[in-house]
Unconditional design. Structure first.
Length: 188
C-alpha cells in the first residue's frame, strides 16, 4: 500500500530551512490564500535536492508554483498536456482522503449477505444508481452506520479485499504524526 504525501524530515533539516532565506520567500508567497496539493514525498525531496545542487536559491514550494504557471501558459500550444485523451485508467472516485480508481469494487456484508458496488469512471454505483459510501451502507442496514467500518474494497491492482477501516486508521496516524512534528517544531 502506498501513500502520497507524508514528509519525514529531520529536525536539523527543518531548522536549517527555517534559518535560510528560502523560508522568508515562502512566507511572502503565503500572503495569498493557498491549498495543499498531494505530491509524492520522494519527488518533492528530489526537487529540493536538485535545487540545492544547482545552487538555485528558490524554495521548492515556489518552484512547484512556477511549474504550474509555466504549464498554464504553455498548455494551449501543446494539446497533449491537456489530457484530451483521458482514459478510464486515470478516472476514479474520491472518498474523503482515499482515491478509488475506475473499476474498484466495494462490498459490505450485512446479515450474512454480501452487497456490491463498483466505481465507474468518477461515480460510485450501487444497484444501477449513483451513490456514496455512507448512503450505500445506510440503505443496506436501514440505520446510520460508518462506511469506514462496514465497507471493504478491491482496486483493480489488488489481489485481496481491503477493509476501508485500515485506510481511515492509516490516515489518522499520518495526521497524528504531522501534528506531533509541528508540536516539536513550535516548542523548540
Amino acid at each position: 500500500m502506498s501513500f502520497n504525501c507524508v514528509f519525514f524530515l529531520t529536525k536539523g533539516f527543518i531548522q536549517e530551512t527555517l534559518r535560510s532565506d528560502h523560508f522568508e520567500r515562502t512566507e511572502q508567497n503565503l500572503s495569498q490564500p493557498t491549498i495543499g496539493v498531494p505530491v509524492p514525498a520522494e519527488l518533492f525531496l528530489r526537487l529540493a535536492d536538485f535545487l540545492r545542487q544547482q545552487n538555485d536559491g528558490r524554495d521548492a514550494v515556489t518552484v512547484v508554483s512556477d511549474a504550474i504557471e509555466y504549464w498554464l501558459v504553455n498548455a494551449d500550444a501543446k494539446p497533449e498536456l491537456l489530457g484530451q485523451s483521458l482514459n478510464e485508467d486515470s478516472t476514479g472516485y474520491q472518498w474523503k482522503h482515499l482515491f478509488l480508481p475506475h473499476q474498484t469494487q466495494l462490498r459490505m456484508q450485512y446479515r450474512d449477505q454480501y452487497y456490491y458496488a463498483v466505481i465507474e469512471k468518477d461515480k460510485m454505483v450501487y444497484q444501477g444508481r449513483e451513490t456514496s459510501p455512507g448512503s450505500m451502507v445506510n440503505e443496506i442496514s436501514g440505520t446510520s452506520r460508518s462506511a469506514w467500518r462496514d465497507l471493504w474494497f478491491k482496486r483493480p491492482s489488488d489481489n485481496t479485499w481491503l477493509p476501508a477501516s485500515e485506510f481511515s486508521k492509516e490516515r489518522q496516524k499520518q495526521v497524528d504524526l504531522g501534528n506531533r512534528l509541528l508540536d516539536q517544531l513550535t516548542s523548540s
